[in-house]
Design a binder for this molecule. Structure first.
Ligand SMILES: Cc1cc2nc3c(=O)[nH]c(=O)nc-3n(C[C@H](O)[C@H](O)[C@H](O)COP(=O)(O)OP(=O)(O)OC[C@H]3O[C@@H](n4cnc5c(N)ncnc54)[C@H](O)[C@@H]3O)c2cc1C
Length: 291
């Protein structure tokens, strides 16, 4: 049963931050509520004060600024999935968003809520890392920007201080002759394994390879040792390197045995999804106009 709570509707980030600071551990940010209200209904957590960030002007929305995508933290998954700028310039992000949860959750659930809840079985935190996305974090009187991967400290734990808000996710464009792809596998409500890649080609060689793995371990992570296996290889000769990269990434993901499967099974799937995502990214580069 949902116990009573007080709902504040601030109209600025500073006001929201002040409310969080004033009420301390008794307060929590409330965005779409798809995680928070569920957890409160089930009695797993209780907060006497909820601070609704959806009433803050400018916290939701999509902007393209000199090729860089700027996503307001309170933007819903559904808005991202349908946004023409996201679909045109960051199609892998639009596709990933269209496959988050179900349409009811996507309609109200926000990108910021997804990232800040830090539930390991989630998609956006994995894909956004191969774009080298950053997170803008604000509180009353100050702001900082960190690499997105730095947001995740552990399962259900971020680096945010009690009075800080995630306000924006900044996604730089990939270089020309690049594409990203994200694939996931799961048979429960949430994904069991998620693998993202971003590939850049130059003159028939892999100029850059970025890989991130999520869901299998405590936090989504870039797999830099695995990436190094692929960089510089002729694009037609990546077979062995992909197999090695898959093994390295599987091990580095700190896979956990749970209801989603054994650690060994998840490690194996990382390799399988990596190879498929790689092929998908290459096909996207081949299909895009040469710049
Ligand atoms: C049935 C179901 C299936 C799902 N399947 C998937 C899936 O396939 N893939 C996937 O990725 N996710 C999945 N999810 C998770 C879903 O994406 C999240 O529930 C949603 O994005 C959370 O957003 P919200 O706005 O509702 O967050 P809320 O519930 O409002 O908040 C979640 C947490 O984030 C904090 N928070 C929210 N906004 C901010 C902010 N701006 N700054 C700081 N802290 C903030 C809140 O205080 C709270 O602790 C699923 C969820 C459900 C219920």
């Amino acid at each position: 049963m949902l116990r009573p709570f007080e709902l504040s509707e601030p109209t600025s980030v500073a006001e929201a931050s002040e409310l969080l600071a004033r009420h301390g551990d008794a307060a929590r940010i409330y965005a779409g509520g798809t995680e928070l209200i569920l957890a409160m209904k089930e009695g797993l957590v209780h907060y006497e004060h909820l601070v609704n960030v959806k009433t803050i002007p400018g916290l939701a929305g999509v902007r393209l600024d000199a090729g860089t995508l700027r996503l307001g933290a309170a933007t819903s998954h559904r808005a991202l999935e349908r946004d023409p700028l996201v679909r045109q310039h960051f199609p892998a992000v639009a596709r990933m968003e269209a496959d988050v949860a179900n349409v009811r959750v996507r309609e109200v659930g926000t990108l910021g809520g997804n990232l800040c809840f830090a539930e390991p079985h989630a998609d956006p935190g994995t894909l956004l890392q191969v774009f080298d996305a950053t997170a803008r974090i604000e509180k009353k009187g100050s702001a900082r920007t960190i690499p997105l991967e730095g947001l995740f400290v552990g399962p259900f734990e971020t680096c945010l201080e009690g009075d800080e808000l995630l306000t924006e996710i900044v996604v730089p464009p990939l270089p020309s002759r690049s594409a990203a792809a994200y694939l996931k596998f799961g048979f429960l409500e949430r994904p069991s394994v998620g693998v993202a890649v971003a590939v850049t080609l130059d003159d028939g060689h892999v100029a850059d390879a970025r890989i991130a793995v999520g869901c299998v371990g405590p936090v989504p992570r870039r797999m830099r040792e695995a990436e190094a296996e692929l960089r510089g290889k002729p694009r037609t000769e990546t077979g062995a390197a992909l197999a090695t990269a898959g093994r390295i990434a599987g091990r580095a993901a700190d896979a956990i045995t749970d209801l989603h499967g054994s650690a060994e099974y998840k490690e194996h799937l990382v390799g399988v999804l990596l190879r498929r995502a790689w092929d998908q990214a290459l096909a996207a580069i081949d299909g895009s106009p040469r710049r």
